[in-house]
Design a protein around this ligand. Structure first.
Ligand code: CTP
Ligand code: CA
Length: 227
């Protein structure tokens, strides 16, 4: 059984996936970032490609190999991620798995900040664009299916359900990042798939398995008679 003989239910579909962290500059040598490994997003890009989709992967800096067969758009900041996503439109499917920095430094310095005897600099933060919301709420080129992730602790499903409505995406994959789970930077994920049809609780599984199952659900969505 070879890869080329595998069924390609997403043949002819275009997909956009965001992955990894963003790096938000403080000055030319320093930045604010987070611990996202990019594993989940990269695995989703690979899984969609395996099912036949034409995939663009917009990714922040990671240590991962490029998933085979995908067009890779490397970016650093949230603003660059938004621009790269907009440039990839139109697509049928968008999956936002990136850990986008919620804030960036307002008035980033174009010179390296120096210890000048005046004490540490105060950093003022400003909010970054929300890429998932922008894609979901795009009036001209909205992807037919927009999927977000929601990293939550506590009432995971409740918070993620509210996030889905607030952002306007079609599906949200709620991610339990409570202490004791291994999600962030780890290899396993405990998720719930929230959509109009209801909520599916998936067992804890590897990020590759989550990606494969999500890609299958997406293929099913596009191949069901009413889609
Ligand atoms: N997301 C995005 N752009 C942002 C922030 C988040 O595209 N600036 C996307 C993420 O890729 C994810 C979803 O939105 O698919 C939810 O991200 P999350 O951080 O859980 O939600 P926030 O709206 O940032 O809320 P908070 O971090 O306050 O819980
Ligand atoms: Ca956030």
């Amino acid at each position: 059984f070879e890869e080329r003989d595998a069924p390609k239910p997403l043949k002819g579909k275009r997909a956009l996936v965001t992955s990894g962290p963003t790096f938000e500059p403080i000055d030319p040598v320093r930045y604010i970032a987070n611990r996202s490994s990019g594993r989940q997003g990269h695995a989703i890009a690979a899984a969609l490609h395996r099912l036949g989709a034409e995939v663009t992967l917009v990714t922040g800096p990671t240590r991962l190999a490029d998933p085979p067969g995908c067009a890779i758009r490397p970016i650093e900041t949230a603003r660059e991620m938004l621009a790269a996503c907009e440039a990839a439109l139109p697509v049928d499917i968008a999956v936002c798995a990136a850990a986008v920095a919620d804030w960036r430094v307002a008035g980033e310095s174009d010179r390296k900040l120096k210890k000048d005897g005046g004490g540490p600099p105060g950093l003022t933060l400003t909010e970054n664009p929300d890429i998932l919301a922008a894609l979901s709420q795009s009036t001209s080129q909205r992807p037919a299916l927009v999927v977000g992730f929601a990293a939550e602790t506590g009432n995971v499903v409740e918070y993620a359900t509210a996030k889905r409505i607030r952002k306007g995406c079609d599906w949200i994959v709620a991610n339990d990042v409570s202490p004791g789970t291994t999600t962030f930077g780890g290899s396993e994920n405990t998720v719930h798939l929230i959509r109009d049809g209801g909520i599916e609780d998936w067992p804890t599984m590897g990020k590759e398995a989550v990606a494969a199952r999500l890609a299958e659900a997406i293929a099913q969505h596009f191949n069901q008679p009413s889609a």
